[in-house]
Structures are given as C-alpha cells and as structure tokens.
Design a protein around this ligand. Structure first.
Ligand code: 3NM
Length: 484
C-alpha cells in the first residue's frame, strides 16, 4: 500500500474543550474545516476513556476519508491502530518514536513535536515523517508548553535539519492565525529549508465560521505574501560602490516625479520637521496616527514610517493596525526603533567598533530578510548580502531634535518610489539627506543648529531640483565604501 503523499499545508489540530469548541459538535466543526480546505487533521483529546476515544476517532475518520485527508491521533498509538487511520503525532513525553514505528509499521505517518535542535535532529534520524515545531508564540490553547521559541527558533531548527541533510517535512505550531501566518512562514524560512505548512487549533476550531476560516488560511498558505514581492530587483547583485552611487539620482528623480505618499506615524517631537523634510524632497507627507485610516492610506502607493519615540499604549495599537494594513498590501515600511538601544542592552552602537557594527547590521538584515540601517558618524547599511559604510553627514544633525528621525521619512519616499532593489533606494536617500546637511552646514549664514534647520530644508530641496535637471555635482561628495 505504501505511505500516502501528505500535504501538510494547513494542518488542523482538534480541541474539544469548551473554551475552544464551545457547545458545538466536533465532527461538524472538523467537516466544515475540511470543506474550507484543511489538508491534514490530528485528533487531539487529552481526556476520555479509551472506548470513547476510539468511537470518536472512528467517526472522525469516516469524515476525513470522504475528503481524502489523513487523520492522525495525538499520542495514542492504540487508538490509531484500532481505527486504522493514517498515523499518529507524538510529543517528547509520549511513547518513543522507535517503539511507535514498530507498533505502527512503515506505512503509517508519525509526527514528532520538537522545540529544540537536538529533539528535531533525533526525530529526523529516527525516521519521523514530519516535525511539529513549536511553540512559536504563546497561546491560550496550550499553556503547558515547554518553550516559546519564536520564528527565530523555528528557523534555527530548519537550518540545522537542512545542514544535516534531512528531508523531513515540517510544520510549526502555536499562536498561528490569519493575521500572522504569512509573516511567520516568511520569517521561519532558513536558507535551504522552509516550512511545509502550519498547524492550527484555535484560529479554525474556535472560529465562528470554520469553513471560511480554513479557506482564508489555506489561501494565505498557498500564496506568497504581498510583502515578499521582489524587493531586490534585476540589479540586486550590484555590489560595487560606483554603480550603487550612480543609481542614486534615478531614485531622487523618481521621488520628484511621482510624489510618493510618506505616511508618518511618528513621535510628537518630529511631526513638523518630518512633514517639511518630506515636502522638500518631493514626497507627499501625511502625519496620520489613527490606525483605522491605514487600510485606505496603504493603497495609495506610498510607504509607512513607524517611529517608536514617545510611543504610548494607544499609539502602539494604532501602529500595529497600520503595520498589518501595509503588510497585507505589500507596501514598504520603515521601522525606526528610537530609544530602543538601552532596553535591548545594545547601547552597543557606541561601544562596538566599525567592523562589529557592520557585522551586526549585516546579520540583522540577513535574519530579518530586510534592509537594516545603523546611523552614526559612519552609517552602515546592509541587505544581508551587501554591506556599505557611508561617511557623509554633519554633526548639526545630532544637535537638532528630530532631524535624525526624518531620515526615516526620506527613506520612506525612496523605497515607496523604488520598490525593487531597496538597498539602492535606501543608500540614495541617505546620500540625499546627509550631503544636504553637509552643504547646509557649510553655508556662511549657518552659525549653529538653529540656522542649520532652514538651510538644511533648502539644500534638500536644491539637491532634488538639481537632480531633476541632471545636475549631479552634489553627488561628488558621496563617501560610500563597501564593507565585508
Ligand atoms: N501544541 P493555537 S502549541 C497543540 O508547542 C499545541 O507543541 C503546541 O494552538 C506545541 O493554534 C499547541 O490555538 C496549541 O495557538 C496551538
């Protein structure tokens, strides 16, 4: 007979507790989810007599068979044997894998829970068909979980499995729902291995309409997230400084021509200057802090700036709504974690040397699959593959509150107008911003931070105008280096 081909895409784990199932009928809820497209089902019952459990499993198996979807039983090998369903799922405290395999034979599916690299490798070596990796996020559905490992923990496990040459399939579990599914799958992916699916309890079992919940979740599993659209472009392998610098004017010109929306959710200190900077560089600023507006604003082809300075709980709720909207729409976001350094214990930006900063930025960019910028006397920019250092700018930028934050606004306009090859767009924005500061600071009438601000706005504007008419002498000041 052989083992069936299994699609782990949308893996439903049942839960009959009142908190999840309420007063509904288990079989009806599972059948609705099968109609919605669930690809595999695990019956997970932590209570009940054996006879009762076998009866439940038998009835459920009749249903899953009609949909040609495998049914696995959590923990109970005896129940799986009794109903001759397709397999079992075992946790680390359940029967060991080799005994389970002996009892079930080679053709049954056996899945194993793993929350560490060691557990995962052992299960792969022992012949598990798939791993349930978790707990990704804390979940009220199961509170006695061993470890919350986050997407980073899942990614580490996937990486080590791939390094060891295992082809074992994988799903993740814990806190997965409609709003975070695509991000989790994206963030969990290691270089050579990605998840084959997601395992879900409450987002289906507790849904008002399990069929439509499953349908939506399956669509999210099957399609690449909008935010994963090509962000690196044809010239993504551009690594030499000259080409990167030569591409900068095209970015400024596009901002000038397209007037992209720069949606700023920024701190109270910066609002005014950020709006003025946006206008000077040719973007269209909106300082809309109300999250309910974001689903409309994100459709206007712009980018969002989230600046964490002076945030409060209410602001955070609004930020999250806006982030969700921009992610769903696949529009770019600049996240500026102002003032987070000390809380994270890496007020390191001042204590790290240049090569450590470059490494930190590159590793963070690779981990987050994003472009990361660390500003300072020397700025470091990386997309995880290419890393550049920029030595432009002026100390007055650090003496006027809010100017640093407006670099985020400048970057937002650049990445809104050039969504392919974001690294090039970000570097162009930094050069525009910092060279404008240098030129402004050297003006005779600028005698300190106060007179610097209007001169800086002027120079941002003048560089934009010059670039639009192909006058590029400002760019000769660019001090960009490639760092490895
Ligand atoms: N196992 P929800 S977490 C059944 O970490 C289960 O092994 C977990 O529920 C593990 O999808 C979990 O509602 C519950 O968050 C997942």
């Amino acid at each position: 007979m052989g083992k069936p081909e299994v699609d782990y895409g949308l893996y439903l784990v049942t839960d009959s507790t009142p908190a999840i199932l309420g007063d509904r009928n288990l079989n009806e809820v599972v059948e609705a989810s099968l109609k919605g497209g669930v690809t595999i089902v695990q019956l997970r019952e932590k209570k009940g007599d054996t006879a009762e459990l076998i009866a439940k499993a038998k009835a459920l198996h009749e249903i899953t068979k009609r949909y040609n979807v495998p049914l696995l039983i959590n923990d109970r090998v005896d129940v799986a044997l009794a109903v001759d369903c397709e397999g079992i799922h075992i946790g680390q405290d359940d029967m060991d894998l080799s005994t389970a395999r002996k009892l079930l034979g080679p053709d049954k599916i056996i899945g194993v829970t793993a929350s560490t690299v060691d557990e995962a490798l052992k299960a792969c070596e022992g012949g598990a068909d798939y791993l349930g990796i978790g707990t990704v996020y804390a979940t009220p559905t199961k509170t006695n979980t061993k470890e919350i490992i986050g997407a980073a923990g899942v990614r580490e496990i996937l990486g080590k499995i791939a390094d060891a040459g295992h082809k074992t399939q994988t799903v993740c579990i814990g806190g997965v729902n409609e709003s975070n599914l695509q991000r989790i799958v994206f963030q969990c992916a290691a270089a050579y291995k990605r998840l084959d699916g997601v395992a879900i309890v409450s987002a289906i079992m507790a849904a008002q309409d399990p069929e439509s919940a499953a349908k939506k979740l399956l669509a999210l599993v099957r399609s690449p997230p909008a935010f994963q659209a090509d962000t690196r472009g044809k010239d993504s392998d551009v690594a030499d400084v000259k080409t990167v610098v030569d591409l900068a004017p095209s970015v400024l010109q596009r901002v000038h021509e397209t007037t992209p929306l720069s949606h700023n959710m920024t701190n109270i200190v910066v609002q005014n200057i950020a709006a003025n900077v946006a206008l000077a560089i040719g973007a269209s600023p909106i300082m809309a802090g109300y999250g309910e507006e974001a689903p409309d604003l994100c459709k206007l082809g712009g980018a969002l700036v989230i600046n964490m300075g002076s945030v409060d709980p209410n602001g955070l709720t609004n930020y999250l709504k806006a982030l969700k909207a921009y992610n769903l729409e696949g529009r770019p976001v600049v996240f500026d974690p102002v003032g987070q350094e000390q809380q994270r214990g890496v007020d390191s930006s001042s204590t790290l040397d240049a090569s450590q900063k470059a490494q930190l930025v590159r590793e963070l960019a690779a981990r987050e699959k994003n472009v990361v910028v660390m500003t300072g006397k020397t700025d470091f920019v990386s997309d995880g593959v290419r890393t550049f250092a920029i030595d432009n700018g002026h100390e007055y930028l650090g003496m006027v509150t809010g100017t640093g934050c407006t670099l985020g606004t400048t970057i937002s306009a650049a990445i809104a107008s050039r969504t392919t090859n974001r690294l090039v767009a970000v570097i162009a924005a930094i050069l525009h911003f910092e060279i404008a500061a240098e030129i402004a600071a050297s003006r005779p009438e600028v005698r300190g931070p106060g007179s610097f601000v209007p001169a800086f706005l002027d120079e941002l504007y003048l560089i934009r105008q010059a670039t639009a008419s192909k006058e590029l002498s400002w760019l000769e000041r660019a001090k960009v280096r490639s760092v490895v």
